[in-house]
Design a protein around this ligand. Structure first.
Ligand code: SF4
Length: 413
């Protein structure tokens, strides 16, 4: 049976998304742009994209396509273009590899013949690729303004302040167990992965968060989990940790807005961060999907709020969602709680199943969306002239400790 994607998609949740991405370039102050939450604030030290040369802004889609294909052919295996699952189709068509951030970084490091890794994702992903890649490889982010609002919610200075407050409150290590183990989600700055590496902590992904938290509790009394409170809470709840033993740390308040007693009793201290895309999903949308499509399977990402995860039939990482839908029988129906570009692509790739996004007016990830073909053409044309623009390079000390935290995670497989 062939079933089309049934729900009509609103073309955008914000008319501003119809603007060209270079509307947000320098010399304007850095802003997240459409689709981000009103509460999201971009750090002052976030990377800023230089204004795209006018000729690229004026090129037609066909001209950009020709430029990109020409550069790909000329650079051959020296070039590796990575496309994150949330990336728009206009970019994914040029990707040599598609995946989540960690898988792509690992695969890039294994492709030693590639001198240039063009990461069509967001800034923390390019940093992770630089940490994991080989010394001769250079990582390029086509638009430096492609950040991640969640990653930016945990500024390294704020995390360090929290750590100092907490270690003073909890006291020195007694015996073999640490009072506090830092765990950072992959979606964080390299500086925070390094922070964890230096303090006997670790990195996790949305696939391995349960195993990583088990590891952390084997070593310590509590976990400081950042930047996504929802992934931390969902994982903790699935491990049987009561909600009252998972407190939220608000970096703008003393002791994160908690009493000393709450912090001493906590098993997980959750950083007050979230993904603006996954925060849009709610329980009402799930109820509506079930009403309209009896028997439908609801599958969501663990960056969604706990009520959404608990109301869904299953939850997991982007790779988990892709695999579950790919292996499902023809004719099955799926309401998916994750980023719209990936859901639309899934629907197009599985026309024998009904697949739609839980939120009918969901936005794309507005920062990922900034990787427009014009930026890709610009960085590739520069490579043809032996010029590397928009290189993302992590300093040696940060890289060393970030690698330690990533390797601890890899050893857990
Ligand atoms: S989908 Fe959310 S977590 Fe992922 S890059 Fe976009 S803002 Fe960041």
């Amino acid at each position: 049976m062939t079933v089309e994607t049934i729900r009509p998609f609103d073309p955008t949740c914000s008319s501003e998304l119809r603007q060209q991405p270079w509307s947000f370039d320098a010399p304007l102050p850095p802003i997240y742009g459409p689709g981000a939450s009103q509460e999201d604030t971009i750090p002052l030290d976030a990377p800023v994209q230089q204004q795209l040369p006018a000729q690229y802004r004026a090129m037609s889609p066909a001209q950009l396509d020709a430029r990109i294909r020409n550069a790909k052919a000329a650079l051959g295996e020296r070039l590796l273009i990575l496309g994150h699952h949330y990336q728009r189709d206009e970019i994914i068509q040029y990707a040599d590899l598609r995946g989540d951030s960690f898988k792509l970084s690992e695969l890039a490091a294994q492709r030693a013949v590639a001198d240039y890794i063009v990461f069509c994702g967001v800034h923390f992903m390019a940093e992770s690729a630089d940490v994991l890649c080989q010394p001769h490889q250079q990582v390029i982010l086509p638009n430096m303004a492609a950040g991640c609002s969640m990653a930016d919610m945990a500024h390294p200075d704020d995390v360090l302040n929290a750590w100092e407050e907490l270690t003073e409150l909890l006291g020195p290590q007694q015996g073999a167990r640490q009072p506090l183990v830092p765990v950072t989600y992959m979606n964080s700055a390299a500086a925070l992965k390094s922070f964890c590496g230096e303090r006997n902590g670790v990195v996790c992904t949305s696939s391995n968060a349960p195993r990583v938290l088990e590891w952390a509790f084997e070593r310590g009394e509590r976990v400081l989990f950042f930047p996504d409170q929802h992934l931390g809470r969902n994982t903790g709840a699935a491990m049987g940790i009561p909600l009252e033993h998972m407190v939220v740390w608000n970096p703008r308040r003393a002791l994160g807005g908690n009493t000393p007693e709450q912090l001493r009793q906590a098993r997980i201290i959750l950083w007050m961060g979230h993904c603006s895309v996954h925060k849009r999903f709610n329980v009402k949308q799930i109820a509506q999907a079930r009403r309209e499509y009896p028997g439908i399977t609801v599958i969501v990402h663990p960056e969604c709020e706990i009520a959404v995860v608990q109301a869904a039939d299953m939850y997991g990482s982007t790779e988990f969602i892709l695999a579950k839908i790919a292996e499902a029988a023809p004719g099955t129906q799926w309401a998916v709680g994750t980023e719209i570009s990936m859901v639309r692509r899934l629907a197009a790739e599985h026309p024998d199943k009904t697949i739609f996004c839980l939120d009918p007016v969901v936005c794309p990830c507005s920062t990922m969306y900034r990787i427009h073909p014009a930026y890709l053409a610009w960085v590739l044309d520069n490579l043809l002239e032996d010029r590397v623009v928009n290189r993302v390079s992590v300093d040696a000390t940060t890289k060393q400790w970030a690698k330690v935290a990533l390797e601890r995670m890899l050893a857990l497989r």
